[in-house]
Structures are given as C-alpha cells and as structure tokens.
Ligand binder design. Structure first.
Ligand code: ADP
Length: 623
C-alpha cells in the first residue's frame, strides 16, 4: 500500500479523500491557491503546499507545480479528485514519468474515451448498445443531411470533441438542419479546435442512468450498480440517487453487464462511470438504454453508490493504485436500501441561480440524519474563483420515500447563512409530485422552473414567533400607529417585519404580550421549507428613520460596477434600473425596490465593490 498521497484538488473532494487516506494510515499532502490558504482541506491534511494564485489556471490546473509539490514533500502518489486535471491524459502521463503513482486509469484509457466518435465506435465493437446515429468519416454537409433525414427528426448534432454540454444542437426538421450544422461547427471549432460532428437520434423522455465500474491492474472489472441522475439543470446534475427508480432486475443485469464490457474494452483500471441515456417514455427497458460516454475518474455523486453497497470507493482506488486486486468479487456486491444526494450550492435559484458569494457565518447540519460531504465550515469564504458548491447532503434509508423525506428534513434543519443557498429549491424539487412518484426525465426541472424557483413567504405562525423574538429591541418601537383598541374586537397590535429579500410582512400580535420583558434581537432566522429567512423590524409605514435594509441597494457579491444609470436626488420608479454590476463573468442589473428618490449614491462606474456594500439608498416617495 502507498504510504503518502498528494491530493491535487480542493474543497469537499479533497477533504473526502483525506478522510479515507487518514483511516488507512497514509500521510496526506494538500495543495492550495492564495484563495484557499485557510481552507478546510489544507488544515485537514498532514502537510500543505502553496501552488499559486487564486485563478485555477495558475494553480490547480498547473501540472508541473503539482508534480513539483509531490517531489518536494516526498509524496508517493497523486489523487486528482474530479474536475481540474482528473481527465487529462497528458498530466496522468507526466505523473507516471515523474516516477509517481497515478490514482486513476492508464492515460491510454482516458484518451480512448476522450473523443465521442472514437469512443462510440469502440463501444459498438465491444457489443455495447449506443444511441442510433451517424459516426461517419464523410463530414460533407450533404452526407450529414442525408444521414439525419434517414435517422428521423428530432436529431442531435454533437461535436466529437465536445464536453460540458457545449457543442450540441437539437434539430427539429430537415429544413433547419443546414443552419444548425453550420452554427454547431463554428462553436466546435472555436471551443475545441475541431469542427467534426456526429449525429444522434434525439431521445425523447431522456433519463440519465450511469453505472459505477471498477477495474484493477490484474484485468478484473466489476460494477457497483447504477445511479439515476436525471434531475438536471442545463446538463448539471442537481439530485442523484441509487438505485434507479423503476429498474427491474433483468434490465439492471443488462445495463450493468454492458458497462463492464465497456470498461474492459479500454483496459480500465480504477473508478470509472459509464453514462447511458435511456428512453423512459415506457419505463426502463434494456433495448432502450444506450451508451453516451465514460467519465474516467471518481464522480461527484459517488457517495450514493457507497451508501447502498457499503464500499468506500476512495479506499478501493488507493488499493488498486497500489497494485492490490479488487477487494470484492461481483457476487459479493449487492444493493442495500436507497441513497439520495442533493448538491447544496451558494446560489440564488430565484434570481437565475446567481452565485451568492461571501462568508459562511452559520453552518450547522443534523449529522445524525445525513452524511454531509463538505469543504466548508463556519467562517469559510465562498469565493468567485471556484464552483460555489457548499456541500453534498447524502441520506441512506430503507426505501426511496424514506430517503426523500430524510433529505427534506435535513435540508429544513440545516442552517447555512447569511449567504443564499439553493436549499429551498432542492426542498421543493424533492417534493415534486412526479419526482416522488419516480417519474423523472432530464427536462423535469426546466418544465416546472417557475414554481421551483419561487420563494414562498414565511408562514404566519413563524412570523408571529419571530415578531415576539424581535420585540423589545432597544431603541426601536415595534408598534405601528394603526394598532390599538377597536370597538367590539379583540385588542391587537400590528408589527411590521421585513426579510433579507426586501419583502415586508404585517404581523398581528395580542395586545398584552409579556414580550416587553424579553431582551429582543436585531435579526432573527426563520427556517422553513429549506429556506432561511432573516427577519428584522421594518420601518413603520410613513414613519421617519427605521431599518437600514429598507431601500438599501446592496452589492450581492464582490464585483465591478459597469454603469450607473441614475444620479443622486433623482426620482425613480419601482423596477427601474439603477446600475449594472459585473460579477463572475455575468452582468447583473440592480433595480429600485419601490417608487422613490435616490437619497444616497455611493456607486461609481469602474469601481470594485465588496459583497453587501451599500451602493445606493432609495427613500420612499412622500405620500
Ligand atoms: P457532454 O460531454 O457535453 O456532457 P453528453 O454527450 O454527455 O455531452 O450529453 C450531455 C447531456 O445531453 C446528457 O446528459 C443528456 O441530458 C443530453 N443528451 C445527450 N445525448 C442526447 C440524445 N441523443 N438525446 C437527447 N438528449 C441527449
């Protein structure tokens, strides 16, 4: 067994790998960029080496620095995690050339699966079913058009060198083909330097089914059953589960056997995933599941497989890389219960999934309910440099419905703040009727996006309790003027509260609350439906002074002011554009929350701003 391991990655996967290595008594070495100097993965490792600036292309993607760090610390092996350099055959070869152990497949296996057309041709030869289509050498527009017509519409044009959902065009009819082909070729040439394409039948009701495979250096390959990752948004997986709902034993046998043939065809060693696309319009059937691609690394969603099989896949990777045989034979592996994973992101689903950058002040999860794989802890920063995933929340239960319930409970109890997360979106998605019934396809999220991304208001009960916690805050008078005695009606008082999303709520409280004796709080949290609402006293309607959150235009993340469209003292109407901010390569317009006057303007075009900087203050119009 190897004695020391450098982890060429960051975040949750670096922490995940370190955990297993430590249990096996292996010395661990982390690498980190400027932005990660205080990160959890750095403190979890036995040693850590600084490899460059925050930008990944100057640190985590620089193979030479990583190999130099391994040499300097005497590491025997390198584990690439996922993303970054994990599927880079040249890097894998450089690691081997440096005399180090590469925890992954042979470079030739990575290359063999790298191009879509070559991979598909190899799979056909190995007897693996592939999506019907055209892979031919003849790339003339006439021939491609004729092939598409023969396949039947809709078809999908795919760049052979494509990846990450890029370089794909769905074509509805023969008349649209030529134009889509030209535009796909342009994108393929500029993104991948290769304008060759293949054509596939477009699968309706597509389900994403993938099989975990594992090979060793003695020529053995086993599978560890399937996962269903059909809940996707823009080809990004959102919720994953194992096993796949509606998979019967015979279909499972067929698809898993095909995955093992696929892995053997490329002489595969280590952890890999064979991705299939299934036509789920009439349930899962062996003759309607086709090979799509192979991911030659450990997958983000590997924990659901670990939960149902009881196998630590990172341990298997380290054993296989050390030359040991696979720890279990195929007949020693079986499925136990149901596992489900949700990817918790620092993003605002209600605003186009805008990343929410900043400090994580609160971070608590009910660990007795779920496995939380994370690289984040209270006090950590979510920076704009890397993927804003906060954690993977994983549950394992006896049945699928218990797994769904367990995941929802965990999301509801978990507290992450004050930055905004997609927890409420995940909670609503888990409660989606079709998903609960196991009727999934890759278009489910997009079809119901409106409902899934609408943040509800806190319940009356929760607001009432929050109001009582807030009452008695020194220096603030919670009672608004319209409250008081009414004839023949129970005496009530009305308090106005506001949340961090700029919404205000009127809360009726009994006349005689004992709450005047309570110390009171400035801000209080309401955790409901996976959402976290930060509630405070709102300014009484028409009154002077009051809460600074009302009408304050805050920067949602660190960024640059591109333009300022108003001037101080100007009257503005609700929804009017005030300024444009550029952050994380996206432009974001900040608008007036209500009709009023620009009372304060701090933003200047060209300036860099911090998260939550007060860029402007809008005061309500009089009367
Ligand atoms: P990439 O390498 O860019 O990720 P893939 O070939 O893996 O591209 O396809 C990405 C996604 O596109 C799949 O997960 C699936 O949702 C969809 N897709 C791919 N092929 C087809 C097809 N033939 N019909 C319908 N959808 C498809």
């Amino acid at each position: 067994m190897i004695q020391s391991l450098l982890i060429a990655n960051r975040g949750e996967i670096a922490c995940r790998i370190i955990r297993t290595a430590r249990r096996l008594g292996i010395r661990t070495i982390a690498v980190y960029s400027d932005a990660d100097a205080k990160a959890l993965h750095v403190r979890s490792a036995d040693e850590a080496v600084h490899i460059g600036p925050a930008a990944a292309r100057e640190s985590y993607l620089v193979g030479e620095r990583i190999i130099a760090a391994a040499k300097a610390t005497g590491a025997e092996a390198i584990h690439p995690g996922y993303g970054f350099l994990s599927e880079n055959a040249e890097f894998a070869q450089a690691v081997l050339d440096a005399g180090l152990v590469w925890v992954g497949p042979k470079p030739a296996s990575i290359t063999a699966m790298g191009l879509k057309d070559a991979a598909k041709a190899r799979m056909i030869a190995a007897g693996v079913p592939v999506t019907p289509g055209y892979l031919g050498e003849d790339q003339s527009p006439e021939r491609l058009q004729a092939e598409a017509d023969a396949i039947g519409y809709p078809v999908l044009i795919k760049a052979v060198a494509g990846g990450g959902g890029k370089g794909m065009r769905r074509v509805e009819s023969s008349a649209d083909f030529a134009e889509s082909l030209a535009s796909c070729r342009r994108e393929a040439a500029s993104s991948f330097g290769d304008d060759r394409v293949l054509i596939e039948k477009y699968i309706l009701s597509p389900r994403h089914i993938e099989v975990q495979v594992f090979g060793d250096s003695h020529g053995d390959v086993v599978h560890l059953f399937e996962r269903d990752c059909s809940l996707q948004r823009r080809h990004q997986k959102v919720i994953e589960e194992a096993p796949a709902p509606g998979m019967d034993a015979a279909t499972r046998e067929a698809v898993c056997a095909a995955a093992v043939r696929a892995a053997k065809a490329v002489d595969y060693e280590g952890a890999g995933t064979i991705e299939f696309i299934a036509d789920g319009s009439e349930g899962l059937r062996a003759d309607r599941i086709w090979f799509m691609e192979m991911n030659t690394r450990l997958q983000v969603e590997h924990p659901v497989t670990e939960e149902i099989t009881g196998v630590d896949l990172v341990e298997w990777q380290l054993r296989v890389a050390s030359g040991e045989p696979l720890p279990k034979r195929q007949d020693e592996l079986s499925i136990n219960g149901w596992a489900m994973e949700a990817r918790l992101y620092a993003e605002d689903a209600t605003r186009g999934f805008l990343p929410s950058i900043g400090r994580v002040e609160d971070f608590t999860f009910p660990h007795y309910r779920a496995r939380i794989d994370t690289g984040v802890e209270a006090g950590a920063e979510i920076t704009p440099f890397y993927d804003p995933m906060i954690a993977k929340v994983i549950v394992h239960r006896d049945t699928r419905s218990e797994a769904i319930a367990g995941l929802r409970e965990t999301l509801e109890e978990g507290v992450v703040g004050p930055l905004i997360t997609n927890s409420g979106f995940l909670w609503r998605l888990l409660g989606h009727a079709a998903f609960e019934a196991g009727v999934v396809d890759t278009g489910l999220i997009e079809r119901d996006l409106e409902t899934l991304t609408t943040r509800p208001e806190p319940s009356t009960e929760a607001l009432g309790l929050a109001a009582m916690r807030l009452a008695g805050t020194p220096g603030l008078t919670p009672w608004s003027s319209q409250s008081g005695l009414r004839m023949n009606a129970p005496a009530r008082r009305t308090m106005r509260l506001s949340d961090q999303f700029g919404r205000t709520f009127a809360v009726d409280l009994p006349q005689e609350p004992a709450i005047d004796y309570w110390p009171g709080e400035d801000v209080t949290g309401i955790d409901e439906g996976g959402e976290r609402f930060l509630v405070r006293l709102a300014r009484a309607e028409g009154g002077a002074g009051g809460s600074a959150t009302d009408g304050a235009i805050l920067s949602p993340m660190p960024g640059k002011v591109i333009s300022v469209d108003v001037s101080a003292g100007q009257s503005v109407t609700k929804g009017q554009k005030l300024m444009v901010l550029e952050a994380m390569k996206m432009e974001h317009a900040l608008t007036a929350p209500f009709d009023g006057v620009v009372a304060e303007l701090n933003a200047v075009a060209g300036a860099q701003v911090q998260v939550e900087a007060v860029l402007a203050q809008i005061e309500k119009a009089e009367g």
